[in-house]
Design a protein around this ligand. Structure first.
Ligand SMILES: [Zn+2]
Length: 149
């Protein structure tokens, strides 16, 4: 396998690049297929260019597109201030630092609402203990519940 950077040169209306000398290159002609940014060549010229295009369309381009989207996703997630999926933040809870929040003037705290999980149906709901006491019925199944605080 080989990877390289080549500087294109202008040749008429087209641009040329040199192929690595170590490659087997058919001087009678090579076959190629390309999109707007990728190119695939058979330097032996044995594979007809139509077949090469089919291979390129069916395998190279879809794989490249998927791979490229993964790269862009990673770059975006790594960039400070970039958009991140929420699960990416949840994976690194140790990086979170405690923050301080200023409560705006004139703000009065609301009722203290506990989250209650029903022991019968398992559904959750909020319950204002200060306003309605410790005895309640499940909003969903009607199960009587007494909160132990
Ligand atoms: Zn219930």
């Amino acid at each position: 396998m080989l990877s390289t950077v080549r500087k294109p040169f202008v040749i008429g209306q087209s641009k040329g690049i040199t192929l690595p000398a170590a490659m087997q290159i058919n001087d009678k002609g090579i076959s190629m297929a390309a999109s707007d940014r990728l190119i695939i060549m058979d330097t032996t010229g044995e594979i007809p260019h139509e077949a090469l295009l089919q291979f390129f369309t069916n395998y190279v381009e879809p794989a490249f597109k998927q791979w490229q989207e993964g790269r862009e996703h990673k770059e975006t997630a790594a960039r400070p201030g970039g958009f991140r999926p929420m699960e990416a933040e949840e994976q690194t809870p140790t990086q979170a630092k405690p923050g301080r929040v200023a409560i705006p003037p004139g703000f009065f705290p609301g009722p203290l609402v506990y989250e209650v999980t029903c022991p019968r149906c398992g559904r959750r709901f909020g319950w204002d203990v200060a306003g309605y006491g410790r005895k309640l019925y499940c909003f969903y199944c009607g199960m009587p519940i007494e909160l132990i605080l």
